[in-house]
Design a protein around this ligand. Structure first.
Ligand SMILES: Cc1cc2nc3c(=O)[nH]c(=O)nc-3n(C[C@H](O)[C@H](O)[C@H](O)COP(=O)(O)OP(=O)(O)OC[C@H]3O[C@@H](n4cnc5c(N)ncnc54)[C@H](O)[C@@H]3O)c2cc1C
Ligand code: FES
Length: 283
């Protein structure tokens, strides 16, 4: 059992959990993730390790409530425990002093880009960060991203905070300055990562994205997370989750991620009806 030490709400529908997991905390590197099964009968879901504290034996996870499992997690709090937390999984972000890099996080993707930005800053890079959200109260980790960035740009779709528009518009502004950029790292919804890849292809700027395919075992055995990268078939859980954005077949991945939409929506409906039945019985 993995006890939740604290839970706080960062934005509507986005919560941060500090979880006791001493062995994972000791080994974890930027870019690693865990597979969490919140309850005995629950499904496993992949979540990035946002940060860890080896001394305290804790890892921090940030979870957006979108479907059955993430909503169940949001109903858990301090003192509750996740049934299983497996990791650290995945290849860590390759980190060296490249020079000037741009780190882009869209929505809850900011939780995934933060450890990468921190690793790159610690390695001596000049880090320009762009974080985007739908509106001002959905911006997360602004202080943390600011602390590991030489420059932080914020965008919101409705202009209620920072620049109005998408992260790609802010990236266009940075690229137009003409300063040499030695690497771009992006994570967020698949259409956003695809748009960043399209934007940086012509200049040939090295662009890495952290992919979010459906995962099950996280060990390279089940094939659920397969993605086409160039001429190769890769398993994101063991070969990634970061890949060269210019080589990814995004259209195939977007289609694969929609494969279980019907089942996902049925699972969510059954959770909601189960909970409303419990509420009625309690009256
Ligand atoms: C390596 C990795 C790291 C991740 N890190 C984080 C993280 O730090 N924080 C976080 O909140 N989420 C993260 N995700 C996404 C998270 O795993 C999904 O949101 C979760 O599996 C959804 O589970 P669910 O049962 O709540 O929703 P489901 O019922 O499974 O899905 C509900 C909706 O979400 C979409 N969806 C399903 N799986 C994913 C997915 N993998 N990515 C995006 N959308 C999906 C479905 O198409 C559907 O529309 C990560 C995914 C991967 C692969
Ligand atoms: S999740 Fe099973 S092979 Fe990657």
């Amino acid at each position: 059992m993995y006890v939740i030490q604290s839970r706080s709400l960062l934005a509507p529908g986005i919560a941060e959990f500090v979880v006791e997991a001493p062995l994972i905390a000791k080994k974890r590197k930027p870019g690693n993730f865990v597979i969490v099964r919140p309850t005995k009968t629950g499904e496993r879901i992949p979540l990035t390790i946002v940060t860890s504290d080896a001394g305290q034996g804790t890892i921090t996870l940030i979870v957006q409530a979108i479907g059955k499992t993430t909503r169940m997690m949001h109903q858990m709090g301090e003192g509750d425990a996740f049934e299983d937390v497996v990791g650290p999984l995945g290849e860590p972000t390759p980190v060296a002093n490249y020079g000037r890099v741009v780190c882009i996080g869209g929505g809850v993707g900011t939780a995934v880009i933060y450890p990468m930005a921190k690793g790159l800053k610690d390695a001596g890079n000049e880090v320009i960060s762009i974080i985007g959200a739908q509106k001002s109260d959905m911006v997360i980790l602004e202080k943390e991203m600011g602390a590991v960035s030489d420059e932080l740009l914020i965008t919101t779709d409705d202009g209620s905070r920072g620049m109005k528009g998408f992260v790609t518009q802010a990236l266009a502004g940075v690229m137009e300055r003409g300063d040499q950029i030695h690497g771009i790292y992006a994570t967020g919804p698949l259409p956003m990562m695809k748009a960043v890849a399209d934007q940086t292809r012509a200049s040939g700027t090295r662009t890495l994205v952290s992919l979010n395919p459906i995962m099950m075992d996280g060990t390279g055995m089940c094939g659920a997370c397969r993605v086409t990268v160039g001429d190769s078939l890769k398993f994101a859980c063991v070969d990634g989750p970061e890949f060269d954005a210019h080589a990814i077949n995004f259209d195939e991945l977007i289609t694969r991620n929609r494969a279980y939409m019907k089942q996902e929506s049925e699972a969510l409906k059954s959770l909601e009806s189960d909970q409303s039945c419990k509420a009625v019985r309690a009256l």
